[in-house]
Design a protein around this ligand. Structure first.
Ligand code: AMP
Length: 221
């Protein structure tokens, strides 16, 4: 199963990906996570990507495609994978199509998480992530049991640098300009499902799950 989770920052793509993973154990490929890790490790990729990520701009397509090609060729991707935060430009979607043609892969479904600006700002400014395992929390509706500590691994919870309000607004602008055209692009291919991402997590996931079942991608029909 190969699916794409598309939506503005704060739409809950990563959280939904985690829920899908509980039902279908395939890796979540988050280009954002890969880039943040590279920056933390000070690798060549990290050095090249740092200024873009920290200012909320998009990292150049050629770097992203290199990351993707390497990642999906890894062993754990044999049964499928989910893309979270990729593709983000029409060029990346076109490059992905070419890559998939070569590797004989198909996109099963694209989920577009539609949400309002207010919800996004609220969710992102309250979002905290674990520095160790990447688990995502929200101070309002999914707080950790102990302040600033991950329930799962005890790691330290932090606010991402790019989750500060000024950068959020920049990321939203970039999403509207560069990524939103992908909705039309995948709609024309008849592989897109819109999800109302203003709903709470349970209802969002129910919609996703129902569609995956309808397509025969998880559970029984
Ligand atoms: P995310 O965690 O998906 O919100 O991504 C955080 C940041 O990483 C973005 O604001 C971009 O700077 C960069 N990034 C992540 N994925 C991509 C992508 N597919 N194309 C370009 N830049 C990306």
């Amino acid at each position: 199963m190969i699916i794409i989770l598309l939506g503005p920052p704060g739409a809950g793509k990563g959280t939904i990906a985690g829920e899908i993973k509980k039902e279908k154990d395939i890796p979540i490929i988050s280009t954002g996570d890969i880039l943040r890790k590279a920056i933390k490790n000070g690798s060549d990729l990290g050095k090249e990507a740092q200024s873009y990520v920290n200012s909320g701009k998009l990292v150049p397509d050629y770097l992203i495609m290199k990351i993707i090609e390497e990642r999906i060729k890894e062993k754990d991707c044999k049964k499928g994978f989910m893309f979270d935060g990729f593709p983000r430009t029409i060029q990346q979607a076109v490059d992905l199509e070419l890559l998939f043609k070569r590797l004989k892969h198909n996109i099963d479904q694209v989920f577009y998480f539609e949400t309002s600006k207010n919800t996004i700002i609220e969710r992102l400014s309250d979002r905290r992530v674990c520095t160790k395992c990447g688990a995502i929390y929200n101070l309002n509706y999914n707080p950790p049991k102990i302040k600033d500590k991950c329930d799962k691994c005890g790691g330290e919870l932090i606010q991402r640098d790019d989750d500060k309000e000024e950068t959020i607004l920049k990321r939203l602008e970039v999403f509207n300009d560069e990524t939103l055209p992908l909705v039309d692009y995948y709609q024309k291919q008849n592989i897109l499902t819109k999800i109302n991402a203003d709903q709470d997590l349970d209802d969002r996931f129910k919609e996703v799950e129902a569609r995956l079942k309808e397509l025969g991608l998880v559970g029984k029909k």
